[in-house]
Design a protein around this ligand. Structure first.
Ligand code: ZN
Ligand code: ZN
Length: 429
């Protein structure tokens, strides 16, 4: 069927079915939210994704980069557009109190079982991408080219995108013209945020072991206490950003975990620290990593340790760099659909993302944006009261809970608008 709107505006035509599929998408979201899986263990999620893609007529390859799923739908000659969603949850115990809250557990890399939650909203990314693919597959007369859907594992480890590339992703799907992806954020639903150039921080994960000499808690003079050594190190690390990085630059040093000892009257042998570093330039990154190494070693010396600390670089995320032309083109479509005021530049974000690998490894342009997941009324009230930090929980919080209704619809519309900004004209175009 050819309507006037189909001829004048492919997006309007493609979005006609959104109202009809929304209830099913919203229950899919709640199901994914209730069943989160840790990085590289996304087997249930991958199974659901693969079944949906087959249903929609995509050629599907499973097990790409261990648990990744790739779907390809071609509609004649035209650009190849890669649409990406990540699938993994986090080792967080959910405290949202939602009817569809997670009570799932999973076994982490340390072999220990613990609670799992979709605390970063990757369940929303999967839902919105499946929704956009459903709409695109249902309106093939409105576009031409190839849609490549990439459902990526293990974003939270920073290794999932690389795993898919190493497993031959681009041999499978060819080189895309553009890589498009989105992340739900604690801003009002309907708001889109995107920044050209360096947009998200590079991230480094460090594991540090500091060695003391254990003994009886009553005789500290016979020991080298690694608890005091670690405590002093944590405090001194707070000076890296405040005293060694220029006020015009940005970096973050967080000690997210500290472990030592078993009992009050035993001085343990060692202490372990887990550090997270965020930076936007190679120079700042080097300054921060050098300073961490210097401080950790110096605190061990200051404590009289017999043995040098061990500092291991466990994982690194590259800086996410958005292609300026790709941002112009994609955000032009967002402004036309959501309105000028709804599309903002959020500034540099200290979060990290490995979606950049997919662009860097293929040579494609990258456009990665944020879309709001907060109830607009709740957000406005909290902003007025200066209580955003408390009332609008952010990603990775045990209270993170995107509002389902407007967020799913907005995320589907954003992904669909972005895809159509790159695909060729359809038979009805
Ligand atoms: Zn995350
Ligand atoms: Zn995330």
């Amino acid at each position: 069927m050819t309507s006037d709107s189909a001829r004048s505006e492919p997006l309007t035509h493609v979005l006609e079915r959104l109202g009809g599929i929304s209830p099913r998408l919203e229950s899919l979201y709640k199901d994914l939210h209730a069943h989160p899986e840790l990085s590289f263990a996304e087997t249930r999620t991958a199974g659901i994704v693969a079944a949906e893609l087959k249903q929609l007529g995509f050629a599907v390859t499973e097990g790409v980069g261990r648990t990744g799923v790739v779907g390809v739908l071609s509609q004649g000659e035209g650009p190849t557009v890669l649409l990406r969603a990540d699938m993994d949850g986090l080792p967080v115990e959910e405290r949202t109190g939602l009817a569809y809250a997670s009570s799932a557990t999973g076994v982490g890399p340390d072999g220990k079982e613990g609670p799992v939650m979709h605390a970063c909203g990757h369940d929303m990314h999967v839902t919105c991408l499946l929704g956009a693919l459903d709409l695109l597959a249902g309106a093939r007369d409105s576009w031409s080219g190839t849609v490549v859907a990439v459902f990526q594992p293990a974003e939270e480890l920073g290794t999932g995108a690389q795993a898919m590339v190493d497993d031959g992703l681009f041999d499978l799907v060819g080189v895309p013209d553009v890589v498009l992806g989105q992340h739900v954020a604690p801003v009002p639903a309907g708001v889109i945020g995107c920044r050209p150039g360096p947009a998200m921080a590079g991230g480094d994960t460090l594991h540090v072991r500091m060695f003391g000499r254990g003994g009886h808690g009553s005789r500290p003079e016979m020991t080298v206490d690694p608890v005091v050594m670690a405590a002093s190190t944590v405090m001194r690390l707070q000076t890296v950003v405040s005293r060694e990085i220029a006020g015009s630059e940005t970096a973050v040093v967080t000690v997210g975990a500290i472990h030592a000892g078993t009992k009050d009257n035993i001085i343990p042998d060692e202490a372990e620290l887990k550090l997270n570093v965020r930076s936007f330039t190679p120079e700042v990154r080097k300054t921060v990593l050098d300073a961490i190494s210097r401080i950790v070693r110096a605190e061990a010396v200051a404590s009289g340790a017999d043995r040098e600390p061990e500092i291991e670089l466990v994982a690194s995320f590259p800086v996410l760099v958005n292609d300026a032309d790709a941002v112009d083109r994609t955000m032009g479509a967002m402004r036309a659909h959501f309105g000028e005021a709804a599309v903002i530049d959020p500034g540099v974000v200290t979060g990290s993302e490995d979606v950049g690998y997919l662009a860097a490894a293929s040579g494609a342009a990258l456009c990665y944006w944020f879309f709001g997941g907060a109830d607009p009324a709740v957000f406005a009230e909290a902003a007025r009261n200066g209580t955003l930090g408390r009332d609008v929980p952010a990603n990775h919080s045990p209270l993170f809970a995107p509002v389902v209704g407007p967020t799913v619809g907005a995320g589907v519309r954003a992904m669909t608008a972005a895809a159509l900004a790159w695909l060729g004209a359809g038979a009805n175009g």
